[in-house]
Every structure is written in C-alpha cells, then in structure tokens.
Design a protein around this ligand. Structure first.
Ligand code: FE2
Ligand code: FE2
Length: 270
C-alpha cells in the first residue's frame, strides 16, 4: 500500500498548490491513500468547511490538524459531520470530533489514521503516548487495520522521536508535523515503522515557517506585536513523504521525501 502524507498547508499559496497539483501527484506516485495536515489552511489559522471540501475534492482522503484546529470557530461544529477531519486525540473528554478514524483506501485496505499533539513547549494536554496506546490496542496493526498512520504534531524533535520509537513495529508510519520545516531523517525504524521527525509544510518557503517575514522579525526584535501574522504569498512548495507498506504485515518497506515546486531556499527573482 502506498500512503502519501503532506505537511501543514499554509494559507492560500499552500492551498492552491495542493488543490492544483495533488491530482497529478497522487497519480504519479500511485498513492492508495492521501493524508494532509490542514491546521493552517485558512489564512494560516485553522480550516473552514469549504477548504476541507476543496482538499477532499483534490484527492485528500483524510485531513489531520493540530494546535490550530479551532482557530476558525466553525470547525467546532462542522467537524461533527466531517468524520475525515481529525482533531488531536489527546484533548479532554467531550471535545467535538475524533482524534482517530478507520478509513478504506483506494486499494480496499483499511487504514487507521491517528492525530495526536505533543506536550513539550506546547499547551498542557493528556499524555499522547497513553492516548495512542489506547487506540492501537483497540485496533492493532494486521488485525484491526491493514495500515496505521500517526501524525504526531509537536514542537520537540525528541518527543516526536520518542513516540516513533515507542510504537515502532505497531504502526506503519509515525510522521511529525507542526514545525513546518522538513527534516532529513526519513527512515524505517528497526521494528518496521516508517518515521520522519517533520514532514515540512505546503507553503512559501521564502518566509518564516510559512508566514510573511516582517512581523515575526519585528516580534523577535522589538518584542511588540504590530500586526497579525499573515501567510507569505509567494509560490508554494509541497512537502511530504511517501510511505510504502507491506500488504501482509502493514509494516513499512520504505519512506521517501516528496517535494513538488520550487526547491527550498530558491527564493524569488528580485
Ligand atoms: Fe502548523
Ligand atoms: Fe501546529
């Protein structure tokens, strides 16, 4: 089974790039299932139902999220009718929506997608390790699901690597998101779980993590906010990974970085 995962979509440039290029990318990579992190798709903050639908129409089978999931307040309502939008699993009991879902892929296989938030340098939440343990115990790889994908949305590289190691051999892939910066450590762990610390973003890399550079620089220097953060509006690069799993075991055979668009750091002609 071939699973395509794309990192956080940042605003309109990221959205347009994914909506225009995902159908071709999906076909070229022969992906059976596509997961995209959509937490920054609406102007950098959250996701609307229309954007969710546009991403579904472009070929996304499931949309994961993170700490920005409720930035567009409507998400609290529409997540109730859109089971393919996942919010982090380890929010308190009673939070709308679900943090995990079992979906049928194009090849007929069933894939369990889990979205969980880290706790280091982030708002306090329930233990992500215990939350994932509960889901995977209830729906184990090879018996409950043909493949299991975990999106660990976290700041600290150590926490993401620890989650990958803790579930090595019990998930097909553990993929980090949230920093918007792709890491160069995509690999299959010893137990057979494909891992990357961060998949990167779908956005304009001539930016500070997808945002126009001016306001972040002002806040780091003057320490006084002077305007809202806004997405950088140049051409977006699509960043993600392609994971291939063994249909017999659900474990990973390979993980490859995916890049589509301008090379990172290419900038723009002045
Ligand atoms: Fe993000
Ligand atoms: Fe985030």
């Amino acid at each position: 089974m071939r699973i395509l995962f794309l990192g956080d979509i940042i605003g309109r440039p990221g959205r347009n790039a994914v909506c225009e290029r995902l159908p071709g990318l999906r076909e070229r990579l022969a992906a059976d299932f596509v997961v995209i992190n959509g937490e920054n798709a609406a102007g950098g903050f959250g996701i609307t139902e229309q954007i969710f639908q546009d991403l579904r129409d472009a070929g996304a089978d499931a949309i994961t999220s993170g700490n920005h999931i409720w930035d567009q307040r409507d998400a609290l309502v529409f997540i109730g009718r859109q089971s393919r939008l996942l919010r982090p699993l380890n929010y308190p009991p009673g939070t709308p929506g679900a943090g995990a879902g079992l979906f049928r892929a194009a090849n007929g296989a069933e894939i369990l997608v889990i979205n969980v938030l880290g706790r280091i340098f982030m708002d306090p939440l329930d233990d992500p390790f215990q939350a994932v343990e509960r889901e995977i115990s209830a729906c184990p790889l090879g018996r409950g699901a043909d493949a299991i994908l975990i999106d660990i949305h976290a700041e600290a590289t150590s926490e993401k690597q620890a989650l990958g190691a803790a579930f090595d051999g019990r998930a097909s892939t553990v993929i980090g998101t949230h920093t918007h910066v792709p890491t160069a450590d995509a690999r299959v762990l010893p137990g057979g779980t494909a891992f990357i610390t961060d998949a990167g973003m779908c956005g304009d890399f001539d930016s500070i993590i997808g945002m126009d550079k001016n306001e972040p620089i002002r806040r780091f220097t003057a320490r006084i906010p002077s305007s809202r953060f806004a997405p950088a509006m140049g051409p977006a690069t699509i960043c993600g990974v392609l994971v291939e799993t063994d249909d017999a075991t659900g474990l990973a055979l390979s993980i490859e970085p995916v890049r589509d668009g301008a090379p990172l750091g290419a900038g723009r002609p002045r």
